[in-house]
Design a protein around this ligand. Structure first.
Ligand code: MN
Length: 245
């Protein structure tokens, strides 16, 4: 029904599933990993009205793509949706941490000067740095922390900073994921697949399967399927009202 963070251009069968994604989902946000990818993907996805493409620069590949920063900044001026951007604090990417941080800061600054964007944000292992920057650029728009895996205190801080959260079926399969989801206010949650990277039982999650989080939300929120769907639709509308989409 809704997929707020998918790498739709990176599924091996991407072109074959576009019709189904467009038909099954009310709204899909296809995040990209570089502005060049955004330009190419936007052209291919253009005719699918329920699929929106956001311009990003993935923190894991900033070293290779840092030369696209000016292009990224130009592209941000022409769209409401930004992502995947953010910071990855894992050891694997420690060499690029300063570069990642400066690029993310530049992105938030631009989003703020463009009156706010919807921003899908990667924060793994760098939650406190990401949150510090979000509090510095508090008019950057609507930050959505995708697949948040930080500490409870960081989650509370993020909620205070008016962050949203996109959560996926893989998170619903871990104790930590479930305990974080239980602490997120109902009106700040949206589904995501993070496919083709996120998997459940070794199966790639497809954009129409992001909605499988509903069974978890039914239990946590103590309400039925219809109520969960209604809440998620309200959330989607709330977030889109902030833009002219
Ligand atoms: Mn992702």
């Amino acid at each position: 029904m809704i997929d707020m963070h998918t790498h739709l251009d990176l599924y091996p069968d991407a072109l074959k599933i576009l019709d189904k994604v467009n038909k099954d989902n009310l709204f899909t946000l296809a995040v990209t990993t570089s502005p060049r990818a955004w330009i190419a993907t936007s052209k291919v996805f253009e005719k699918y009205k329920n699929i929106h493409v956001s311009v990003g620069l993935h923190p894991e590949i900033v070293e290779a793509k840092a030369n696209e920063l000016d292009l990224l900044i130009d592209c941000i001026k022409t769209t409401n949706f930004v992502g995947e951007v953010g910071i990855d604090g894992s050891n694997r990417f420690s060499k690029s941490l300063l570069l990642q941080t400066s690029i993310f800061e530049r992105v938030l600054q631009e989003c703020e000067s463009q009156n706010g964007k919807i921003i899908s944000i990667h924060s793994r292992g760098a939650e406190s740095t990401v949150l510090n920057l979000l509090s510095k650029y508090s008019n950057c728009g609507t930050p959505i922390l995708h697949w948040f895996t930080g500490k409870v205190g960081e989650l509370e801080n993020a909620i205070e900073l008016d962050c949203w959260f996109s959560i996926n079926p893989a998170m619903c399969n871990t104790q930590k994921g479930l305990s974080l989801i239980a602490k997120i206010p109902k009106n700040r949650i949206l589904p995501e697949s993070d496919g083709p990277f996120a998997t459940v039982k070794n199966n790639t999650i497809y954009p129409w399967e992001a909605i499988n989080i509903v069974s978890t939300l039914e239990k946590i929120w103590q309400c039925n399927y219809t109520d969960v769907i209604l809440q998620l639709k309200i959330n989607l509308n709330t977030i889109l009202e902030a833009t002219d989409e």
